[in-house]
Design a protein around this ligand. Structure first.
Ligand SMILES: Cc1cc2nc3c(=O)[nH]c(=O)nc-3n(C[C@H](O)[C@H](O)[C@H](O)COP(=O)(O)OP(=O)(O)OC[C@H]3O[C@@H](n4cnc5c(N)ncnc54)[C@H](O)[C@@H]3O)c2cc1C
Length: 482
């Protein structure tokens, strides 16, 4: 074990960077290692894409509004941080989601949003798909396995091939767009939903494989307190997770620097195995380990001199831009027009909306009694032009969309627009091969990591899992160093 104190510098104060710092300190304490940690964030606030704004009447999430419970890492972190009592599930009584189909909202099977459909009979009753489309979808059980083997395939190709075009257009595509804001013809199956290919390969059919998985899950004993809600959030919004992390890091002596733009990381010329981290203001930090938890294109700029090949690979990870538009109405203005959690919009419908969430129906205490909060999601791959609108134009265009889709004619009495320019990484075909190359190139640098949502998973739980993996790997390197 090294006698000196190790200094870890983490660049990027979103959930990836903050959770990495948290796990570094946890693992260091467990291993009785003397580790100093610094987190550098360009913005004046912590959290990156996680942004909760609480007004007198409303709780508005500008970025993510929840996390998946089937990936346990976010739930676990909340529990470790003492936030268990703050975890809230979606409102069970409104548990319906709709897809826009030829201008009409039709119900999706429950669980489909997490790709775990529970009641497919809804598909028959909702009229979302034609009989022909349903038969083609059901025939998936008998459809031959792919000849793609282990080569990558686009999400669109996989789902069209297995379930038919109609199921793809109205069930799968809008969900993919809701998660990745992406174009399913470009996105890699291997990098986004590798499980589906595994099911196909193992059981010859996705439906058969899911049935087996569901039967196993049904038979397994449930852990006490485990939620059946597919998504969870925190009573005071996801910003509470960020605040809890920042408090914990402060208590454990981590140096937290906001308003600090990192310009460059180099291998230090004077100290072998150490790094120099240069900030825009000229400050230079020396580190034994560096973690870049910034967007991939930003990381590419920062490490261009030090790791030009890795920078080139990172630069080729595309990003798309989106915006969320939150709108508050008096409850009576929307009564009778909204039900369930909201709706998704298939690309085929050629609308500017990607999705609409009836926030006050989906979650408790997001708006004061008598007010209804709605959040719409726009932009995404091939539809980024809408971000050129002014806020007022954006709100007006969405207002008209909502009028056409659900008949809300009133104007909202409060609106809030959050733009995420190049905010959503796109795991396009070949993503996994690119990541494997990056890992190979960094093998000689065990205390240098590039992470963040651009590489190993865009969901909050994935970012946290990766933060933990990076922290474990750093601590192991420190323990093994002479
Ligand atoms: C609108 C929207 C809705 C979403 N909804 C969900 C959802 O419901 N559930 C879910 O699980 N996921 C959701 N996601 C995805 C998820 O929020 C993100 O993938 C995740 O928060 C990214 O975390 P990160 O720390 O990797 O990156 P970021 O949050 O982007 O953090 C990177 C940080 O690096 C900082 N930085 C950049 N350059 C520098 C520099 N040079 N020096 C110092 N700091 C720098 C940035 O300011 C930023 O704070 C959503 C994303 C968006 C945009």
């Amino acid at each position: 074990m090294p006698a000196f104190s190790c200094h870890v510098v983490i660049i990027g104060g979103g959930i990836s960077g903050l959770s990495t710092a948290f796990f570094v300190m946890e693992e260091a304490a467990k291993n009785e290692l003397d580790v100093q940690c610094t987190v550098i964030e360009r913005d004046a606030r912590w959290g990156g894409k996680i942004l909760t704004n609480i007004t007198e009447d409303l709780l508005i999430e500008g970025g993510p509004d929840s996390f998946l419970t089937s990936k346990p890492w976010a739930m676990e972190l909340c529990r470790t941080l003492g936030l268990e009592d703050q975890l809230i599930p979606t409102n069970a009584e409104n548990n319906q989601t709709f897809s826009l189909c030829r201008g009409v909202l039709r119900e999706l099977p429950q669980g489909l949003l997490a790709f775990r459909p529970q009641r497919v009979d809804t598909l028959v009753s909702s009229g979302l798909m034609s009989w022909r489309g349903l038969l083609r979808m059901g025939a998936e059980r008998f459809w031959p396995k792919s000849a793609f083997g282990t080569t990558d395939e686009s999400l669109a190709n996989f789902f069209r091939r297995r379930f038919g075009s109609e199921a793809f257009d109205y069930l799968i595509e809008p969900l993919v767009a809701g998660i990745y804001a992406g174009d399913a013809d470009e996105l890699s199956l291997e990098a986004t939903f590798p499980r589906f290919r595994e099911l196909e390969q193992q059981y010859g059919s996705v439906i058969k494989g899911m049935r087996v998985a569901q039967a196993k899950a049904g038979a397994a004993p449930k852990a006490p307190g485990l939620s059946t809600s597919l998504f969870m959030t925190l009573r005071n919004g996801l910003g509470e997770l960020i605040q809890a992390l920042v408090n914990r890091l402060t208590d454990s002596g981590v140096q937290l620097m906001t308003g600090s733009d990192c310009r460059d990381v180099q291998a230090s010329t004077r100290n072998n195995g150490r790094f120099s981290v240069t900030l825009e203001n000229g400050t230079i930090l020396t580190a034994d380990a560096v973690v870049l938890a910034t967007p991939a294109y930003r990381t590419a700029q920062i490490i261009r001199m030090f790791q030009p090949e890795v920078a080139n690979l990172l630069e080729h990870i595309p990003y798309t831009s989106t915006a969320t538009v939150s709108m508050a109405y008096p409850s009576e203005a929307v009564a009778g027009h909204i039900r369930g959690f909201g709706f998704v919009v298939p690309r085929k419908e050629q609308r500017s909306l990607l999705a609409g969430t009836w926030t006050s129906l989906k979650w408790p205490n997001r708006s004061k009694k008598g007010e209804a909060l709605i959040r719409c999601y726009v932009g995404g791959r091939g539809r980024e032009q809408i971000l050129e609108y002014t806020d007022a134009e954006l709100v007006e265009s969405i207002r008209q969309e909502l009028q056409g889709i659900v008949g809300i004619t009133s104007c909202p009495n409060y609106t809030e627009v959050h733009r995420w320019v190049r905010g959503m990484p796109q795991y396009v075909m070949g993503h996994q091969a690119r990541i494997a190359k990056i890992k190979d190139l960094l093998v000689p640098w065990p205390t240098f990591h590039v992470s963040g949502a651009g590489l190993y998973g865009i969901g909050i739980p994935d970012c946290i899992r990766e933060g933990h993996r990076v922290a474990d790997s750093l601590i192991q390197s420190f323990l093994q160093s002479p």
